[in-house]
Design a protein around this ligand. Structure first.
Ligand code: ZN
Length: 243
């Protein structure tokens, strides 16, 4: 079994909750889709824990902003404030971890070619969001193989394109992969969900079965640390709204 996790955003309580669920299920492999940091109060511990537990760490736009400060202008003011705080509080070891994170990767798992990227397979370095069915349809041209996993929007989804051209949006948290179809799957966010469900989100890939897992964690504890760190109130509040 493989776990695909994304957008931790320095939320250690959410990450620890997800990792212990993964251990409890005896899942042997973790793939991380980027944005280890930004927004949350525990960038160092989150980055180290991800490094120690994942077999692959893809780079997200918040991670990239630590290496490329010019990118800060592309963020909204809350994200930018949190990233400035993060940059100030990271250590050299963390910078090295981020430098080692690729923008994209491909792996063969259970005989399927699977592509991993934070934003979009089309131009990983431009941090596009995949938000609409036409975004999905267009991005299907930019990877080979059966499945592309993304993160970035913090909104979990499974979209399937059948061999016939038909497009299906899977709304249940579970699905069996049709090897004749192609998919883009958003793994949601561990540390800052935005689909009106504040629980941490991740995906399990077990042979041809995909399932989303949602887990409650100690949001109050994360919020308290954010407050103590002086992070923006807007970011503190949105955790419990899941928005
Ligand atoms: Zn993110």
């Amino acid at each position: 079994m493989h776990a695909i996790i994304s957008d931790v955003h320095a939320n250690l309580e959410a990450l620890e909750t997800v990792l212990s669920d993964i251990r409890r299920r005896h899942i042997e492999d973790i793939i991380f889709l980027g944005d280890a940091i930004g927004y949350g109060p525990d960038p160092i511990d989150s980055l180290r824990l991800l490094r120690d537990n994942s077999s692959l760490m893809i780079r997200g736009n918040h991670d990239q902003a630590i290496l490329t400060p010019g990118l800060l202008d592309s963020f909204n003011e809350y994200a930018r404030m949190a990233l400035e705080w993060t940059a100030y509080n990271l250590d050299e070891g963390c910078i090295e971890i981020i430098k080692g994170m690729p923008l994209k990767a491909e792996r063969n798992i259970y005989g399927m070619d699977i592509f991993f990227v934070h934003g979009s397979p089309k131009e990983p370095e431009k941090w596009h969001y995949i938000l609409t069915l036409s975004d999905v349809d267009m991005n299907l041209h930019y990877f080979d193989g059966n499945i592309c996993f993304v993160g970035h929007s913090h909104q979990p989804f499974i979209v399937e394109k059948k061999k016939t051209g038909e497009i299906i949006v899977h709304t249940k948290g579970e699905m069996v992969i049709d090897l004749q179809s192609r998919y883009i799957i958003n793994a949601g966010s561990v540390g800052q969900p935005r689909d009106m469900d504040p629980r941490a989100c991740y995906v399990i890939l077990d042979n041809e079965r995909i399932s989303f897992v949602r887990l409650s964690y100690d949001i109050k504890k994360t919020q308290k640390k954010m407050k103590e760190a002086g992070l923006p109130a807007y970011l503190i509040d949105r955790l419990e709204r899941g928005a």
